[in-house]
Design a protein around this ligand. Structure first.
Ligand SMILES: [Zn+2]
Length: 257
C-alpha cells in the first residue's frame, strides 16, 4: 500500500529530477517557483455533497497534513509584506488559506479547526449577502477578525465582473470595500474575483478602488508577478489529500508554464 508520505516523497523526487534537468536553462523559472507560495481556495466545509463543499473531517485532515509538513499560514498583513518584496521576513514553508463566498459554515465548521491548528485564513465576503441565513453576519465576521482571521471583498452581488459595465464594476469593487471596512473598522486591501472573472480593465479598476491584492481562480502557485491576479489552488469535494491537490494543481502545472 502506498502511504501519503511515500506518494509525496515520490512526487518530490520527480520534482527534484525536473528541477535538476531545468536548473541551468530555466534558472529564472525555477527561481521564481521557489519564491512562490501555494494559495489554497476553499468554499464550504460541511455535510453538503456538492463540488464546492468538503467535509469537516476532510478539512481537519488538510490542516493536520499542512501542520505535519511544516507549513505556516500567512495573514494578509504578511501577504502584503510579500507583495512589497519582503519575502525574506516570512516564515519557512508559507501557505495562504482562502475561503470564497462567506458561507455560515466557514464560522461554524472551519473557524474552530483553524483555531485548533493555529492556522490563519482569509475569507472573501459577498457583502450583499452578509447576514443571510446561510452566510456570515457582521458579528461573526468581527469575532473571527478578533481571533486573527482576515477578510476581503468578493464584491456586492457575486456577478461576473468581466460581464459588467465599468460603472457596475466600480460599484461592486468600492461598495463591498466600504461595507467590509465599516464592519471591521480597518482597511480592506484584498479582493477575490467572483468565478475568477476579470478583464485587464477590471484590474485597473481594482487598483483605483484601493485594492493591493487580487485573487483569481487560475490554477497554480502564486508567483506574484501580477499582484491583482494571484493564482490559487482550488480544493473540491472529490479531491484527494491536500498534498496531492497541491502537487497536481499547484506545483506541477506552474512548473510546466
Ligand atoms: Zn464566489
Amino acid at each position: 500500500m502506498i502511504t501519503r508520505r511515500k506518494f509525496l516523497s515520490g512526487c518530490i523526487g520527480a520534482t527534484a529530477a525536473l528541477f535538476g534537468l531545468s536548473l541551468l536553462p530555466e534558472y529564472k523559472a525555477v527561481d521564481q517557483l521557489l519564491k512562490s507560495i501555494p494559495v489554497l481556495l476553499y468554499h464550504r466545509v460541511g455535510s453538503e455533497t456538492d463540488d464546492l463543499t468538503i467535509s469537516t473531517k476532510r478539512f481537519e485532515e488538510d490542516l493536520a497534513s499542512l501542520s505535519q509538513e511544516g507549513y505556516n499560514s500567512l495573514t494578509l498583513a504578511q501577504v502584503k509584506q510579500r507583495l512589497a518584496g519582503n519575502y525574506e521576513q516570512l516564515p519557512d514553508k508559507p501557505v495562504i488559506i482562502t475561503f470564497d463566498d462567506g458561507y455560515l459554515d466557514n464560522y461554524t465548521n472551519a473557524f474552530p479547526l483553524l483555531q485548533k491548528y493555529a492556522m490563519k485564513a482569509s475569507f472573501y465576503i459577498i457583502t450583499g449577502m452578509m447576514g443571510n441565513t446561510d452566510r456570515l453576519n457582521s458579528a461573526q465576521i468581527r469575532e473571527m477578525a478578533a481571533a486573527g482571521m482576515d477578510f476581503g471583498s468578493h464584491t456586492v452581488t457575486h456577478r461576473q465582473l468581466a460581464d459588467l459595465t465599468s460603472q457596475e464594476v466600480n460599484n461592486e469593487l468600492k461598495q463591498s470595500k466600504i461595507t467590509l471596512e465599516q464592519t471591521l473598522g480597518k482597511p480592506v486591501d484584498f479582493i477575490a474575483y467572483p468565478c475568477g472573472s476579470y478583464r485587464p480593465d477590471t484590474i485597473q479598476a481594482a487598483t483605483h478602488s484601493g485594492y493591493i491584492g487580487g485573487f483569481s481562480t487560475q490554477y497554480g502557485f502564486a508567483a506574484f508577478n501580477n499582484h491583482l491576479a494571484i493564482r490559487r489552488i482550488p480544493v473540491f469535494h472529490n479531491d484527494r489529500s491536500i498534498a496531492y491537490v497541491m502537487l497536481r494543481k499547484g506545483l506541477l502545472p506552474s512548473m510546466m508554464g
